[in-house]
Design a protein around this ligand. Structure first.
Ligand code: TRP
Length: 329
């Protein structure tokens, strides 16, 4: 069975875009592949969280993924920092990662621009740690989006370089992977573009009903269709796109018909949409709260995950040390 590794950013709650773009993918993959899903908490240190924030962020995002249905019985769910073997591989890979290629990485250049007063070495070597995360389990598939393609390209490069340097065929070169043919891109509520945390246009799985209602009622629309079967403007199309993932086909058809007959009232559409989003998110939100406070359960999950992940990682480290030439006396 092929191995999948995915690192989950430990900051930022999940929004509908994350859910339909990534989480549904994980939910399908976990039964078909040998999956390692971890919270990338070492990586989060590049932004210097406080100890309290670090822990709370990890607990929150872990609770959210578990509440969504990530099954720690099928997938290996763990914290990056519970598998210190990855730091050893990171160190070893760093010896064959060059300053030039690291400084040329788009995400690094962006950080330099965005946070010029915190350009730490961890940021520079971020792709090396990410490569270590992936190849330490000899993964062949990584479920990442477009924004991570360059990092994955670097992972392949470091894996290939290791193999070439030592004349071995040890690490596979992993490729980006999506379960479905095309992932659903969920748009934001501001009329254009996709849903995102930094765009401020997101509906979070943990948003309370009143917050969801408020956000949806404020969503951008237009002045309404003036002729039958008129093509939809982007903001209106966006609301229908969200409706298609949370509402019943009958509901979607009903409002499409109203639109096509120029009888639509966007207020009614929004009210229905908000209620359907609430029906979808409410059980998840309640589950997140339950899991977040169930320390016993969380401890069990991460302990079992760490044990499985360390077993796989330790084997790789043993073999890598031997390949490199570390020999016991
Ligand atoms: N860089 C990824 C992101 O920002 C997170 C990540 C860290 C990751 N290590 C990984 C993703 C390993 C996939 C595999 O989303």
């Amino acid at each position: 069975m092929e191995t999948v590794v995915s690192g989950i950013r430990s900051t930022g709650n999940l929004h509908l875009g994350n859910y339909f773009g990534a989480v549904v993918n994980y939910l399908k993959m976990q039964h078909e592949y040998n999956c390692y899903f971890f919270i990338a908490d070492y990586h989060s240190l590049t932004t210097h969280p406080t100890p309290k924030n670090l822990h709370e962020n990890v607990r929150q995002i872990l609770s959210e993924y578990l509440a969504c249905g990530i099954d720690s019985g099928s997938a290996t769910v763990f914290l990056q920092s519970d598998v210190p073997e990855v730091t050893e591989l990171y160190l070893l890979l760093n010896m064959n990662a060059y300053i030039g290629e690291l400084t040329r990485t788009t995400s690094f250049k962006e950080k330099v621009r965005k946070q010029p007063d915190n350009v730490n070495a961890g940021l520079l070597t971020y792709p090396v740690l990410m490569a270590a995360d992936i190849i330490i389990h000899k993964a062949t598939k990584v479920p990442v989006g477009k924004d991570q393609e360059q990092n994955l390209e670097m992972t392949r490069r470091f894996a290939r370089r290791f193999n070439t340097l030592y004349g071995v065929d040890y690490f596979p070169e992993p490729t980006a992977f999506n379960f479905g043919k095309q992932l659903i891109k969920i748009p934001g509520l501001d009329g254009s573009g996709k849903m995102g945390k930094s765009e401020g246009n997101a509906l979070y799985l943990t948003d309370k009903p009143e917050v969801i209602r408020k956000k949806v009622m404020r969503a951008v629309t237009d002045s309404g269709p003036t002729k039958e079967n008129q093509e939809m403007s982007e903001p209106v199309q966006n609301l229908f796109t969200i409706m298609e993932v949370v509402s019943s086909p009958d509901t979607v058809r009903h409002f499409r018909d109203l639109y096509n007959r120029c009888e639509i009232r966007y207020g009614d559409l929004k009210k229905q949409l908000a209620e359907d989003i609430i029906v979808f998110t409410n059980p998840i939100r309640e589950k997140v709260e339950e899991i977040y406070n169930d320390n016993e359960y969380l401890r069990k999950v991460v302990r079992a995950g760490a044990e499985k992940a360390r077993e796989s990682a330790a084997k790789t480290i043993r073999e890598v040390r031997e390949i490199i030439g570390f020999k016991p006396f």
